[in-house]
Write a protein that binds this ligand. Structure first.
Ligand code: RB5
Length: 163
């Protein structure tokens, strides 16, 4: 079984993942939507629904709010590079959005950072790699310990934000 198999995950719990993209991420979002459904993971698709030009913060906000409100277990956000999506998602309290580029960063995003959102670039990411990154992020476990202490320090900073 490959390291990033989703079998154990789907055996344990039926997850719900929010998806969102702008026009630059639309095609990859559609690919990941069918991939996740195939793996029996519930998907909530917050758009966009075509390649017509849109503004990524509008779509990042919808999927991120689903995570903030506990309506989704996590989210995958895709724009041209993933950068705009990650900047936007990290404005929300309690969100740890990681921009991932490869198997290693996707795995670390969960094991070390307990990322509840991953972001990627529709124009920079091969479809096969995107599926592998989502799979390893979902099937990895947060290692806690010293990493929990560090996340707590991020939370303390977040709680002190004045603006
Ligand atoms: C849209 O052209 C592009 O700027 C957007 O998809 C994203 O890459 C921004 O970070």
């Amino acid at each position: 079984m490959p390291l990033w198999s989703l079998k154990n995950l789907t055996d344990e719990k039926r997850m719900k993942i929010a998806l969102a993209s702008d026009h630059g991420g639309y095609e990859l979002k559609e690919t990941l939507k069918y991939f996740l459904k195939e793996k029996e993971i519930e998907v909530d698709d917050f758009g966009t629904f075509s390649e017509e030009s849109v503004d990524y913060p509008d779509f990042a906000k919808k999927a991120t709010m689903a995570v903030v409100e506990g309506k989704a277990d996590g989210a995958v956000l895709i724009c041209g590079t993933g950068i705009g999506m990650s900047i936007t998602a990290n404005k929300f309290k309690g969100i740890r959005a990681a921009l991932v580029h490869d198997i290693y960063t996707a795995q670390m995003a969960k094991e070390h950072n307990n990322a509840n959102i991953i972001c990627m670039g529709g124009r920079t990411t091969d479809k096969k790699l995107a599926k592998e990154m989502v799979s390893i992020w979902l099937s990895s476990k947060f290692e806690a310990g010293r990493h929990a202490r560090r996340l707590d320090k991020i939370k303390q900073l977040e709680d002190k934000l004045l603006v």
